[in-house]
Design a protein around this ligand. Structure first.
Ligand code: TA6
Length: 290
């Protein structure tokens, strides 16, 4: 673990040369580079990098609330807390290499004031060639049941948002945050972008493809235990209202999240929920010339 601008971070590496950077602050992945050292995640040049502000980019963890769907601060508090290295990640196999790190956030007195539940939130982050895997777990260490929402907010780096297509969400229902959270059904055969979008797609398939023609790159998002997927881009007007987004940041980012929102996860005492997300990149040579 080493510090940069005062924030302790872990560097993950794997033999083919890809790497990731993880902050103890927020348990947040803030960089994922492929073997050609290209940055695959969006990080706003205006991020504050200063607790208790959230860092705008990488993969913030939204827990125990998503968005403003509850009484807590926006997206809950996990992304605004300092996590620690988890010395005991069982029953997951021991992480005995430099490509994996296990983090933990336990409920504190402070948090219990705002959200009176005893929890242990664990996150395993590991990289392998062309893939970044996150395994979140939440254990109820209280004597009463509780429910929570959860999301991994994947800020993907794209060459130009107007050249991106998302496949795998067609025909699904979604809540549209821009239309008073009303429920609609997706008609298009793929989602393309020409303005602000803020939707929670429901019961999504296990695989979603995000195709960036200009970069000849396709991201594939595979997930378990998180049935919903949020698709968000603020576009120009909303981006201007976000001090840490930078005026043009929205043109080179797209959030496609793994989430459990429509049906919050319920845990009985000492039960543990486990999710899984795999982000991989496929360099799509076939799309050249299209
Ligand atoms: O996508 C849901 C959402 O709440 C949007 O409405 C927008 O506020 C976005 O998340 C960003 O939230 P943040 O707290 O990261 O600025």
């Amino acid at each position: 673990v080493h510090d940069k601008d005062g924030l302790p971070r872990i560097i993950l590496t794997e033999p083919t040369g890809s790497s990731a950077e993880v902050l103890l602050y927020g348990g947040q992945v803030v960089s994922w580079k492929n073997e050609r050292r290209e940055e695959l995640l969006f990080m706003s040049s205006k991020s504050f990098w200063k607790p208790p502000k959230a860092i705008r980019g990488g993969i913030p963890v939204c827990f125990p609330q998503f968005g403003n769907l509850g009484l807590l601060e926006q997206h809950g508090f996990a992304r605004n807390r300092f996590w620690s290295l988890d010395e005991d990640a069982s029953p997951l196999p021991p992480a005995n290499n430099q490509s994996t790190v296990d983090l933990i956030l336990k409920s504190t007195e402070e948090d219990i004031k705002a959200w009176p539940r005893g929890f242990e939130l664990r996150l395993r982050i590991s990289i392998s060639p062309g893939k970044l895997t996150l395994i979140p777990r939440v254990r109820n260490v209280d004597n009463k049941a509780f429910s929570f929402m959860f999301a991994l907010r994947n800020y993907l780096s794209v060459s130009d948002i107007s050249e991106v297509r998302v496949e795998g969400l067609e025909t699904l229902d979604y809540f549209d945050y821009l239309m008073n959270k009303e429920r609609f059904t997706e008609q298009a055969d793929a989602i393309t972008f020409d303005g602000e979008i803020d939707r929670v797609y429901l019961s999504t398939p296990t695989k979603i493809a995000i195709i960036d023609h200009e970069k000849k790159r396709t991201f594939e998002l595979r997930k378990d235990g998180m049935p919903d997927s949020v698709v968000w881009n603020p576009w120009d007007k909303k981006a201007k209202a976000l001090p840490d987004m930078g005026v043009d940041g929205y043109k080179t980012m797209l959030c496609v999240d793994s989430a459990a929102i429509e049906n919050p996860i319920v845990l009985k005492p000492f039960e543990e929920w486990r999710g899984r997300q795999e982000l991989s990149t496929v360099s799509s040579s076939y799309c050249s010339g299209q």
